[in-house]
Design a protein around this ligand. Sequence first.
Ligand SMILES: NC(=O)C1=CN([C@@H]2O[C@H](COP(=O)(O)OP(=O)(O)OC[C@H]3O[C@@H](n4cnc5c(N)ncnc54)[C@H](OP(=O)(O)O)[C@@H]3O)[C@@H](O)[C@H]2O)C=CC1
Ligand SMILES: CC(=O)N[C@@H](CCC(=O)OP(=O)(O)O)C(=O)O
Length: 340
Amino acid sequence: MTVTVAVSGASGYAGGELLRLLLAHPEVEVGALTAASSAGTPLGQHHPQLVPLADRVLADTTPEALAGHDVVFLALPHGHSAELAGRLGPDVLVIDLGADHRLTSAADWQRWYGGDHAGSWPYGLPELPGARERLRGATRVAVPGCFPTVGSLALAPALAAGLVEPDVTIVAVTGTSGAGRSLKPHLLGSEVMGSASAYGVGGAHRHTPELAQNLGAVASTPVSVSFTPVLAPMPRGILATATAPTDSTVDTVRAAYEKFYAGEPFVHLLPEGGWPTTAATLGANTVQLQVTVDADARRLVAVAAIDNLTKGTAGGAVQCLNLALGLPEATGLPTVGVAP
Ligand SMILES: NC(=O)C1=CN([C@@H]2O[C@H](COP(=O)(O)OP(=O)(O)OC[C@H]3O[C@@H](n4cnc5c(N)ncnc54)[C@H](OP(=O)(O)O)[C@@H]3O)[C@@H](O)[C@H]2O)C=CC1
Ligand SMILES: CC(=O)N[C@@H](CCC(=O)OP(=O)(O)O)C(=O)O
């Protein structure tokens, strides 16, 4: 089976990572590549690493440019997906890397993003309970945000097994590419280099409701989420530390994590004593995970690392493509990171 695939937002970070992965995918033929201000310029000008596609000229992002493909990836700023998807036909597989269709609650959408809620699509985090069944054969997929991917996977086994109270804290250090490549004053090199800074503090980050949605579904009860992102001077990677009150022992907790992730191709529970690093996940679709119990503080502590552009968006999107098309889930996806 070979499918033709169009990528919108091809000049952006998520689009570029997607194309890196699609070039290595045996069942994919890359079709139209679209952008906005970069339309009319060659892809190689934006992504010199994508050598086989360097001469391909970017088109404007229109339904006409994206039509005629089996699969369309939308790697656009929030708010652009619903209208485009509505004009692509129900049989086209549309995989949205943006936030537009992630939240099931219209009230949450209104509060955190504003404007009308475009409705929710099958949520593209296959490792969550029941997700694979919803993704197989789907024609619309909402790929998670990068922090909800890593935060949800760090705590899902503990909440599913009822080993922690539904009151979690997540602090996640992130690389700068999570913000996209458009100019942002707080991401100027001179501001970011040599410094780490928290942002979205005090429950203000828009990934908080997405985390609560995922973790609440896993726990079958509402989960209170305190989430704080921290920007660090590195181009990519997220390291999340997640904690929650527990009376369980480390052996019980570890057994629950081993059982929950048994057979998962992309979740690597490290041997006891090993701790995740972002470097070990770079360019790979893996989550590196470790869990322990701080008995004195009565808290479970899970640490998880991903590459925000790979498992955190483009790799997760390709995993969903494989599931939706009925291909083996790991087709074309790297599990070996680039280190040091
Ligand atoms: N970066 C990350 O780690 C993650 C990103 N995502 C999501 O992926 C999506 C893309 O993010 P990212 O690649 O980082 O962002 P970038 O800013 O790097 O890229 C944005 C892309 O969208 C295009 N674009 C901008 N405005 C429009 C428009 N009005 N119509 C059509 N195309 C437009 C840009 O084209 P041009 O260059 O021509 O202006 C560019 O190709 C976002 O929804 C983001 O939230 C999700 C998880 C993680
Ligand atoms: C460093 C940085 O700014 N990171 C981004 C992560 C964005 C992301 O994961 O994606 P969505 O925008 O698709 O939800 C942020 O905190 O907003």
